[in-house]
Write a protein that binds this ligand. Structure first.
Ligand code: SAM
Length: 482
């Protein structure tokens, strides 16, 4: 039997089934243990430090107790602390991105995904480099600067060389004042050598969802294809780090397995990365299973309510305070609105989940990976964020300035965010407003920028940011950053 060891490089030792089961028992036993819960909440709370704030985070056991807790006043407190942490480390900024589907060829048999090999009624499509260019121009014309590229796993149709060619094409396109400045990559688990190639191609985060941490379920949900190999998939982030990628993004597809099990596994995975590589995950995504061609979400009986989903999000925020959290357009406006208050720091906007969907006038459905719930345009999402007190940010400065991995985490902890990320957000928002926004969005945006500039504590930084914002308004100069 595998023994739990967060420092091990073996999947079944750092995501240890016995340890998860014991954690869930411990959490169940203590779910109304007010003294313990108060102690855990106190530990999670952000504390004032010499510069900015510090936060201790929580172990998977502590966080699981909070997730199990059903005392309404304590749950309220969890939500309050989640918002405090979000504001302490990420301020009121929300980073925007869009997925770009390159190819839906796939040799895997994932039973929840419409791209599975046996699905014969979806057309298979793979973008040529000319088509990638068209998609990127359409995305730039919306105002996007940051993409997450997505592809099925198919060594013949989508080899690493194809992915690398696409990345090169994406970065090379400069259309009007547009540019894609950060390409995150969500492709199947691969080799150290391929991760090295992705790193050399200048990717931002490497994202790979675990789908489920429950090995037995994993094997059933991925009955065929290379993804069937649980250990190879679960150990992928260690190979990515070995290949030099220090920003990695975790995620669970909620609905496949019991959420408490997944939650403990997810936090254990974060602990493992920290223990072995000295840096936790850059992001955590919280996708929920959605209807898609050939996929009925009702066939998966572990679906979670909006309330549970909110609680999971808030508990992740408390457990890993320095990790960004991502929510996609799988969720509708109401759910997104609530989650933004509980710790989410990145959202997608104006997304199309089909191969070639951005260049087409009408939203195409035939090659979609899942139904999109939030169908608003990017302009509508940007305005909505601002009307709800958030600053939409198109910033990509950190990774372009080499602030990745633990250097990003240090910035997060240093209290310099208001002198760095805040002006960067305002400058990139100005770019968006000047180049792409509707008149109504411009009005809301420029008023917000005026107000938010005042929050920059360092007078010199404030002056420079003001000057750059004027430059963006009055010229074609772009891409200023701290
Ligand atoms: N093929 C790659 C892989 O295996 O990791 C890349 C990404 S896939 C295009 C992106 C993610 O979409 C998957 O990891 C999965 O969690 C999610 N997904 C698949 N089917 C879904 C569905 N029906 N509803 C919601 N999300 C789904």
């Amino acid at each position: 039997m595998a023994i739990y060891d967060p420092k091990s490089l073996k999947a079944e030792e750092f995501i240890n089934d016995e340890e998860i089961k014991e954690t869930l028992e411990y959490a169940e036993k203590n779910k109304r243990n007010v003294a313990l819960i108060d102690e855990i909440l106190e530990k999670a709370r952000p504390k004032r430090a010499e510069k900015g704030y510090t936060c201790a985070g929580l172990s998977h056991r502590e966080a699981s107790v909070l997730l199990a807790c059903d005392l309404p006043d304590k749950i309220e407190e969890i939500y309050k602390i989640a918002e405090e942490i979000k504001l302490a480390f990420y301020g009121n900024r929300i980073v925007l991105f869009a997925p770009l589907y390159l190819s839906n060829y796939c040799v895997n048999g994932c039973v929840y995904c419409p791209y599975h090999l046996k699905n014969k009624h979806i057309p298979r499509r793979k973008l040529t480099q000319e088509e990638v260019e068209r998609e990127v121009i359409a995305l730039q014309d919306m105002g996007h600067k940051r993409l997450a590229i997505e592809a099925g796993e198919d060594p013949v149709n989508n080899p690493i060389e194809y992915i690398l060619d696409c990345i090169k094409t994406i970065y090379s396109i400069k259309h009007k004042n547009g540019a894609i400045r950060r390409v995150n990559v969500n492709i199947a688990a691969t080799t150290v050598e391929n991760y090295r190639k992705l790193k050399e191609a200048g990717i931002g985060t490497y994202i790979l969802f675990q789908e489920t941490y429950h090995k037995e379920s994993y094997l059933k949900l991925h009955p065929t294809g290379p993804k069937h190999d649980y250990a190879y998939h679960t150990e992928a982030m260690d190979r990515a780090m070995e290949g030099g990628i220090d920003d990695v993004g975790l995620g669970v597809l909620f609905g496949l397995e019991l959420y408490k099990y997944e939650f403990a596994g997810l936090i254990m995975h974060a602990e493992h990365l920290e223990a072995v590589h000295g840096v936790g995950p850059h992001t955590i995504s919280v996708p929920r299973i959605k209807h898609a061609d050939d996929i009925d979400p009702a066939a998966f009986d572990n679906s979670i309510s909006d309330e549970i989903f909110e609680k999971i999000t808030a508990c992740i925020r408390l457990a890993v305070p320095y990790t960004g959290m991502i929510i996609s357009t799988r969720e509708n406006e109401q759910v997104r609105s609530k989650l933004l208050r509980l710790g989410i720091s990145q959202v997608s906007g104006g997304s199309r989940t089909s191969v070639g969907g951005y260049a087409e006038e009408e939203r195409p459905h035939d090659t979609e990976q899942f139904d999109v719930s939030d169908r608003r345009t990017l302009d509508e999402v940007v305005r909505w964020l601002m009307e709800n007190g958030h600053i939409p940010s198109f910033c990509t400065a950190c990774y372009r300035e080499g602030r990745t991995g633990d250097r990003f985490m240090s910035l997060c902890k240093s209290g310099q965010i208001l002198n760095c990320c805040h002006p960067n957000a305002l400058m990139t928002l100005t770019e968006y407003l000047v180049d792409y926004a509707s008149e109504e969005t411009k009005k809301v945006g420029f008023a917000l920028i005026e107000k938010e500039l005042e929050k920059i504590p360092n007078e010199k930084v404030k002056g420079i940011a003001r000057q750059h914002i004027e430059d963006i308004k009055n010229s074609n100069r772009r891409d200023f950053r701290f």
